[in-house]
Design a protein around this ligand. Structure first.
Ligand code: IVH
Length: 662
């Protein structure tokens, strides 16, 4: 393209659309690599034409220069806090007060989840993001504009008629990002964040925007203001306008006509809170009509038109009866508390993780103490603090020898973890096999704890590569193993050879190399051999690979045992090469499909799988590049679009003909 300004604008539009699809509605249409390629092209053009750079360009998300300190900013209107209702009676009291003050007028509540993060105001002018401010003391907050810019679900540019407006919402860290961050901090000997809220705060209020960028925060919005006042007639209408503009608004919200409906919503989400990707600590209810909100007014601290229904903390008190030490795949020892069984929100808990020695010391925990434990999400419960000291208490000592193999335990300087350094330790071996076979890695169904215990204990498998020589006969000699299951397992192991290179890389269990990094490495180098041969500097050319990861990968491939493992996996026939975006073989190779409406026999997932197995690609929206639209009953606007663009339209039968499925 000759017109750089035009190309830059088109690229920004494309990137914004893909950011929205990925980070706001969770329906990506392109791969990370394709996104990165677009981003790189944009950055290159902006470098060549610095006069065309703008602050709302998606390229600005990577995090700018560190700053000296935070500038204080006064809020357009106070960011109030909320009163809490701790049980049904208190919620009904609140409802009664609202009804009294509104003197019998009809009204509705909007209920939303109360996300456990920190609130932040963002300001927009002429559709572009210009400033972000933390809540601070409610009147004055801190300018965190550069940090907020790195949050991908915060749009930097929106389509709107409004000249200037403000959005308020919650900055949160989802559970996965939180777990990953803490695991990484463990590795680096840093203290853990106690909960996602603290982690979100610690990631937003840092002077280096690059740190915020690396922490993957999310921004869920719940207020739309103009000049410090609600922008619409009702709260619900504000939320809908936010959705239309492309802000992330939790879909779990509802308009309720009375307090019973509110209570039902609270109960529903209390039961389902573990299914959410982020932590919630309750439900917020707000009177919907802004007129009525005005009539109700606010106290100095909190509005009278809203309240937070807080869930009971998912905590309980119990006794630590012992501390067992478990050995992980990298040899790291994790102390686990054995508890007197106790019920925490419907689940009986008898173990809690203590992470490492430092954590036990920080807690001041002895065996025999009573502790407060907490369940959050579906992760293993943790010990929050010592509740009271036991009358017979015994200090915990990290063993000097591995509890499994008797090998030496070493704690390196600057590391939180003590490790068993015997690479033949059977606990390490079992964990590495389980990791190898696990979902999201080599995905070998049937290879679980019980099987791996027997295989290792009987000396049938002495390394992950041995899995590929396991036969039906070997398996049938094990306890509780019939011919059929044995056959299935062997077949699953065989099928795992179809996994692409990034899976194999993840399966090797190289420190710091998870799914995402493995994809970046495979994309940058194209083969196992190229990765193994790369220097520490070269490895850093891959996306998101810094000195620490590069060093770990480099060292892994220098270790003779690992070299042997790699060779054995190669001999077993695992894929060692990877081609970027290589179209799969099959009758639909190179073709792109869009699905719309309901098909007579196939579910949408089935249709998608069929197309993909036949080598085709399924994307979400119709463009000139779409090969076919597959339309069923009640097709949406996609059919019109396809007809406009002249994209051929198929029915289910024609699709099957194309694939030649009888
Ligand atoms: S409304 C004046 N809505 O909870 C209204 N707050 O305990 C103030 N929070 O400071 C906030 N989810 O940080 C509101 N859907 C939601 C929320 C929410 C989480 C937080 C927010 C607020 C605190 C009050």
């Amino acid at each position: 393209m000759k017109d750089p300004a035009g190309e830059i604008e088109t690229l920004r539009e494309e990137l914004r659309r893909h950011e929205y699809l990925y980070y706001v509605v969770d329906q990506p249409e392109i791969t990370d690599a394709e996104y990165d390629a677009l981003m790189r092209r944009l950055q290159e053009l902006e470098r060549q034409h610095p006069e065309l750079a703008t602050p709302d360009s998606p390229s600005r998300r990577v995090g700018g220069k560190p700053r000296e300190g935070f500038v204080k900013v006064r809020h357009s209107a106070p960011m109030l806090s909320l009163d809490n209702a701790l049980n049904e009676a208190e919620l009904r009291d609140f409802d009664r007060r609202v009804r009294d003050l509104l003197e019998g007028a009809r009204f509705r509540y909007v209920v939303e989840l109360k996300m456990d993060g920190l609130s932040m105001a963002t300001h927009f002018r002429k559709g572009s993001f210009i400033e972000a401010v933390t809540r601070g003391d409610g009147t004055v907050g801190e300018d965190v504009t550069e940090n907020a810019r790195t949050i991908r679900s915060l749009p930097l540019r929106v389509a709107t008629e409004r000249d200037a407006f403000e959005v308020r919402g919650e900055t949160v860290m989802n559970r996965r990002a939180f777990e990953r961050l803490n695991a990484e901090r463990d590795e680096r000997g840093l203290s853990r964040f106690a909960n996602p809220r603290n982690a979100a705060a610690g990631s937003l209020r840092v002077l280096e925007p690059q740190i915020t960028a690396s922490r993957r925060l999310d921004y869920y919005t719940y207020f739309l203001l103009v000049d410090g006042r609600p922008a619409a007639e009702s709260h619900w209408a504000s939320l809908e306008e936010l959705v239309r503009m492309g802000f992330k608004v939790s879909p779990h919200r509802k308009l309720c006509s009375d307090v019973d409906e509110v209570l039902a919503f609270c109960a529903e989400w209390e039961a389902k809170r573990g299914e959410l990707p982020f932590e919630i600590d309750g439900v917020v209810l707000k009177v919907d009509s802004i007129e009525q909100q005005r009539r109700l007014g606010s106290t100095a601290k909190a509005p009278r038109w809203a309240i937070a229904y807080k869930y009971a903390a998912r905590q309980a008190v119990t006794t630590v009866e012992g501390i067992e030490v478990q050995v992980g795949r990298t040899g790291a020892l994790t102390p686990v508390a054995h508890l007197k069984p106790v019920e925490v929100s419907g689940v009986t808990v008898s173990r809690a993780t203590l992470h490492n020695e430092d954590e036990i010391e920080r807690l001041g925990l002895h065996i025999g103490d009573e502790v407060v434990i907490e369940r959050s999400g579906d992760v293993i419960p943790r010990v929050v603090r010592v509740h009271s000291q036991g009358s017979y208490r015994k200090p915990f000592r990290m063993p000097l020898h591995c509890p499994v193999c008797g090998g030496k335990i070493v704690r390196e300087e600057g590391e939180a973890a003590s490790r068993c350094i015997n690479t033949n330790c059977s606990a390490r071996l079992k964990e590495s096999i389980l990791h190898f076979a696990s979902r999201g890695v080599m995905n070998i169904d049937g290879v679980g704890d019980a099987l791996v215990d027997q295989l290792v204990d009987r000396g049938l498998v002495a390394g992950v590569a041995d899995l590929y020589s396991v036969t039906v006969d070997t398996l049938m000699a094990l306890e509780r193993m019939g011919e059929k299951s044995a056959g299935n397992i062997v077949r699953n192991i065989e099928n795992s050879k179809n996994n692409p290179l990034p899976r194999v890389l993840t399966a090797l269990g190289i420190r710091f190399v998870g799914e995402r990094t493995a994809v970046f490495l495979a994309e940058a180098f194209g083969s196992m051999d190229a990765i193994a041969a790369a220097s520490v500097e070269e490895l850093q050319e891959a996306e998101e690979v810094g000195p620490k990861v590069a060093e770990s990968v480099f060292q892994f491939f220098r270790e003779p045992r690992n070299q042997e493992l790699v060779e054995r996996l190669r001999a077993a026939g695992l894929p060692f090469t990877y081609q970027l975006g290589r179209p799969k073989a099959g009758p639909l190779k190179g073709l792109t499909f869009v699905l719309t409406g309901s098909l007579p026999n196939l579910s949408r997932d089935d249709a998608k799988k069929l197309i993909e197995t036949a080598g085709g690609k399924v994307v979400g929206s119709v463009s000139k590049k779409t090969s076919y639209l597959v339309a069923g009953d009640d097709p949406g606007s996609k059919l019109d679009k396809a007809q406009q663009l002249g994209v051929p339209v198929l029915g289910e039968e024609q699709l099957l003909d194309l694939i030649k499925v009888e």
